[in-house]
Write a protein that binds this ligand. Sequence first.
Ligand code: CP
Length: 360
Amino acid sequence: MVRYLGKPWYVGIWEGQDYLSNLERTQEDVKLIINAARDLERKFKAKVPTPYLQGQTLFMFFYNRSLRTRNSFEAGMSQLGGHAHFLSPQDVYTPTLPEDMEAYKTEAIGDVARVLSRYGNAIAIRIYADAAKWHIGRGHRVIEEFAKWASIPVLNMEDDVFHPFQSLADVKAALDVVPNLRGKKFVVSYAYSGGLKPLAVPQDVAIMAAMMGAEVWIAHPPGFELMENVMEAVRGLADRYGGSVRVTSDMKEAFEGATFVYPKAWSPKAFFPPFSADGKVHKEEAVEYQSRFRNWIVTRELLEEAGRPYYMHCGPADRGQEVTDEVLDTYEKSLYFEEAENRLHVQKAVMSMVMGSRYE
Ligand code: CP
């Protein structure tokens, strides 16, 4: 019989706070989350009950599809003694920004947020790409609008600028194999995909690597620059935490001698507002443009030549485009499934921190 021994130190330490971006956090905060996540991981594997959010409800709005995010939040909430409620925006009056309202099809985000605040304990949202009309930054604005009106914590499950829980999971995977990232070469690289993926993951991973004091390399073909305000933040974090930032258009040069490589696709932002010259969305042209970079694929040979770095990807990886089957299935230093697993542990940590209470 396993006994529940009371609340650990992290439950409720940030009670009531939103989690929208890691830019609102510090290295010290991230280390607290990692420590809490490790405690929850250990208890999960030892089957120790962790009912820190008993009776609580997390409302989850998925404007986009998901495997890892949805299932790790749902499983996480039930493991913490609560419930995660899945909401497909099409099946309710779609929560919408004021400028996009349509009678009896949409509902103001402010009203949705205030109604759900009376029923439950946190609201989590994923919105990017078509759901955010491919106007980069609009998805993040939707999440900020929820946060403005909700009286319960709002959690960002990925928008078109940030994916904070992914980069927390990633940094835990990295720290589990290399306990101090300071001075370690950490490459965030473009890799080809036939699909159009948001900038959220590379941007958040660059933020997190800089926050850990790593030597951050960002590799991409011309046209795949990250958002300038994010790059400024990454440089600021590197200055603050003793790291550095370098940008190159040569994948091989970037990989050479790296400790970690994180090659994944994102979209060339000049084809989308507010970055496109005419302010319009050009999806087909973006797909055509990125098809010129099919040679940005990760192979075992590339990794071996670079000195066998740890391979990282948030998933889902496009096999045969971003990476070969061989790397995903047999490369000994792949952290692909560790990163996916860590979504569960870091999200449980943050939910315990912001939804939990320090008092009985
Ligand atoms: N990495 C990630 O967010 O995965 P899903 O799209 O499966 O949620």
